[in-house]
Design a protein. Structure first.
Length: 235
């Protein structure tokens, strides 16, 4: 069929909805394209997972855009008995590019949020042992609860500030954005050498130490200083 008579509405099935994140203080939504996650970006977390941060640099993996949710709940997932919380700063890109220099990287950021990289740790552990991909451990439904994004135009570009996670009022994770191994400009620049970054791409920037299991009925309260607070109930 020639392009000039192709009607984009002619899908053979209904197209999936665009994944979105809410924007603080606004009715507008941020459309999510891809979700890049960074592994072992805080030295103390790398150590608690049994790795040497001086010998193994951080790396990337993906979640699916539709894994991100913002309804304040996390349904305990299937096929696991060990789901862990990982509190993370979320970076949302307004501009794409390839080979982005570090000194221009922050110009590509639309805003920031607080997110959880929920992880089926038992399944991730099996995958690591067998040299298999991590998707069953990381990229399952509703595995990325996120709070509303706040524009960089309002809060600037945070490069330090406390990152914490409380479970039922007890502090479990504590770190500081200034402890990231790859800083935000570095991760954007590095990603843009592997991928053609696009507007709507989101980066989950890695978790500080203190990851641990959650149970049904738990209330998780995550906070990134200068960005916001995320409250999630495990249901
Ligand atoms: Mn993570």
């Amino acid at each position: 069929m020639p392009n000039d008579i192709f009607k984009p509405a002619d899908y053979v099935i209904a197209p999936p909805a665009t994944a979105t994140l809410p924007v603080e203080g606004s009715d507008q939504l941020f459309p999510v394209n891809r979700v890049f996650c960074i592994g072992r970006n805080y030295a103390a977390h790398a150590v608690e997972m049994g790795h040497d941060p001086d010998r193994e640099p951080p790396f990337f993996f993906f979640k699916s855009p539709s894994n991100l949710t913002s309804d304040g709940t996390f349904p305990y997932p299937s096929r696991t008995e060990d789901v862990h919380h990982e509190i993370e700063l979320v970076v949302a890109l307004s501009k794409g590019g390839t080979d982005i220099p570090e000194d221009q990287a922050l110009d590509h950021v639309w805003g920031y949020g607080v997110g959880l990289d929920m992880t089926r740790r038992d399944l991730q552990g099996q995958a690591k042992k067998m040299g298999r991909p991590w998707e069953v451990g990381k990229s399952f439904e509703k595995s990325g609860p996120c709070g509303p994004l706040v524009p960089a135009a309002k809060i600037g570009h945070p490069d330090s500030g406390a990152v914490t996670l409380d479970v039922n009022g007890e502090r479990r994770q504590t770190g500081d954005l200034n402890q990231m191994i790859w800083k935000i400009p570095e991760m954007i620049s590095e990603l843009s050498r592997f991928f053609d970054l696009q507007p709507g791409d989101v980066i989950m920037t890695g978790t500080p130490s203190g990851v641990g299991p959650v149970n049904r009925g738990d209330r998780l309260v995550g906070h990134v200083e200068g960005v916001g607070t995320l409250t999630v109930d495990v249901v």
